[in-house]
Design a protein around this ligand. Sequence first.
Ligand code: 5AD
Ligand code: SF4
Length: 469
Amino acid sequence: MNYKDDSGFAGQLAYIEKVREANLTFFEKEGRKKKAHILTFGCQMNAHDSEKIKGMFEEMGYVLTEKEEEADFVIYNTCCVRENAENKVYGNLGFLKHRKESQPNLKIALCGCMMQQPTVIETIRKKYKFVDIVFGTFNLYKLPELIVRNEESGSPIFDIWKEHGDIVEDIPEIRKCDFKASVNIMYGCNNFCTYCIVPYVRGRERSRKPEDIIKEIEALTQKGCIEVTLLGQNVNSYGKGLEEKVSFAELLRQINDIEGLKRIRFMTSHPKDLSDELIEIMAECEKVCPHLHLPFQAGNNEILKNMNRNYTKEKYLSLIAKIKERIPHIAITTDIMVGFPGEGREEIKDTLDIIENVGFAGAFTFIYSKRTGTPAANMEQVDGAIVKENFNDVLSAVNPKILAFNQKKVGKVYEVLADDVSAQDPSFLTGRTADNSLVHFKAGKEDIGSIVNVKITDCKTFYLMGEKI
Ligand code: 5AD
Ligand code: SF4
């Protein structure tokens, strides 16, 4: 446990070969390939990590399955930002225990943010002894080696690193689709918002070199990718530790020059350090989508101070005003948290004020979840009934605002990147406008992966309806 290796992904190739051979022997004996199922909890960062895990499974000769019940290998990529995500993992493990009893060859692995917490590891060691492999967020690329070590030792393998090693490039990836991709530009977070577990489980900020990012996006566009989403906990800090100084805005400009690429998205930006340079580049670079996800969490200045957010309500509102002035057609979305220690009926009014003022295009609303190990866990918690009332007030305020934002789009024509067939009606496709509205529109499958002109005919709070023109 806790040892590092500096050989990067190249050090895994021999292990991949070993697992491949074993899987080939299985195939020759059983007449079928082993199946792997990966279940992802949490954010886009985790979803992207899962694409790397899928890539490694495929390299090792597994086929991927959506159905957990038919899998020979089940892996959960976990999240610990809120308690309910953790409870789901434990709940699922309860079911897996029964399966493992009747199917002892089933392999079970756990990885991701939750595994970076020592108390979780203790619980798994004590109560979930049937789990075969456990690893964390810093050593995901070692999965092939951990599979071999588990196979050879016949005992559970726990490999959790307390901190990050060098950034590992070139891990194979299986992406959900060819025309859209997520690309990590940085890892970790240095902000230590007092409610948040992320800095403890994802480590300190570190940026990928711009040339590695550009190389990856160029390779993606050569394979038909037209939209990238750049991922980082706070993209505004991009480039800080790099030898050759480069800001996030400069990186965007370089990516904007990549031929074949049509849309650039990014998330997440922290309001405390969103630069004028970034606003300028967003306005100038035609591929950078006019959408900004700018979480404000809470409106009350005392609460914001105790959250360690490093801005005030006034600063957030003036930042929004500045952005809107330069980019009038921008869509601003946000994260709102309700129930942070000290937030009573009075304090929530400032949150409602921000909602009233900004005109958000979308909002993720969360109830504060106490995370052991964070400073906020030691503050006096708010009574559940008050949290509920405040939460309802926030929803009642924000939803009509989102609807109003959408209503302004009815009758206009937007470019929509068609993503997929609609889950509700197969004669419809779903896609996103450049400013990130979800649109359902009637069109054939052949349009998937292209940008089509759609006239908006109707809207609801969470989506628009349209006609291809
Ligand atoms: N409880 C509830 N929501 C949280 N978030 C982060 N930590 C917590 C927590 N302890 C939310 C924040 C953040 C989003 C990704 O998750 O709103 O912006
Ligand atoms: Fe968590 Fe704050 Fe970092 Fe976001 S910026 S990951 S909320 S600590």
